[in-house]
Design a protein around this ligand. Structure first.
Ligand code: TMP
Ligand code: ASP
Length: 237
């Protein structure tokens, strides 16, 4: 599959057109950003690690009935994906309180939540991706219908259920994560974007060590070492 014009450049990936209008090539970048790109950096090899991690997790989710945009991997840091219209919502699922949840509501950091919390954030950098509720989503036509909104929540919870137990068996707590969805030409909702330590929080069950982008956000160092550890755990049988 030939890589053609650049269609879109995000913070973590570049999307290229191909000779098939329904397929795109997604190339994972080494760049790291945090706090709406007020903090930036780069780690050689991070893109390839995220590509491998995301590919493994998308395969796991596909095996468990979640439809995704992934067609196949092309090389170390690129994937062939189905072209979708991205729903402009970040769907965040949380099992343990940390990050913006503790800041916004004063909940103690590290507190186990009584149930998995699903939140929507409106994807708009100029507004700093604000938290929105169901009615905001409908009022602003961010989704086509109330049933699509319910489907996004159901998919978020289902993905959490599958990933949480997968990582628990590998000694990692899935603290929270962000996923994005898109609709294909037949109006199917497909899991898109990526699932990686850039978009999830992983804490080692025994030591509580952070093995995700918080190492970069909080200047803890050893970012790549942490991402390598996550991939190693994923590949454990
Ligand atoms: P938060 O606590 O900063 O709201 O983040 C919740 C989860 O969403 C966490 O796993 C990191 C992920 N996330 C992204 O992937 N991209 C973002 O832009 C933000 C703000 C969070
Ligand atoms: N990815 C977002 C940014 O670049 C925020 C974050 O992950 O902290 O600003």
């Amino acid at each position: 599959m030939e890589k053609r014009d650049l269609l879109y450049e995000g913070k973590g990936k570049r999307l290229y057109k191909t000779d098939d209008e329904n397929l795109l090539i997604s190339v994972f970048k080494d760049d790291l950003t945090a706090f709406n790109a007020q903090k930036t950096g780069s780690e050689e090899g991070k893109g390839a690690l995220n590509c491998k991690i995301s590919t493994q997790l998308f395969h796991l989710l596909e095996e468990n009935g979640i439809k995704t945009h992934l067609v196949k991997t092309l090389d170390d840091s690129s994937q062939l994906v189905r072209r979708v219209d991205i729903i402009p919502l970040e769907v965040v699922v949380r099992n343990i309180a940390t990050g913006s949840l503790t800041k916004r509501l004063g909940i103690e950091d590290g507190k186990k939540l009584p149930f998995s919390l699903v939140e929507f954030y409106y994807k708009d950098d100029s507004l700093n991706d604000p938290l929105v509720n169901d009615e905001h989503c409908l009022m602003m036509d961010l989704v086509k219908s109330e049933s699509d909104l319910e489907e996004l929540k159901r998919l978020g919870r289902e993905i959490n259920f599958i990933l949480k137990s997968f990582f628990e068996k590998r000694g990692l707590n899935l603290v929270d994560f962000k996923v994005e969805f898109g609709t294909d030409k037949d109006n199917n909702i497909l899991l898109s974007d990526e699932i990686s330590p850039d978009s999830c929080r992983f804490w080692d069950i025994k030591t509580n060590k952070k093995l995700d982008k918080d190492r970069f956000r909080q200047g803890l160092g050893d970012v790549k070492v942490a991402y390598e550890e996550v991939l190693k755990r994923i590949l454990e049988k």
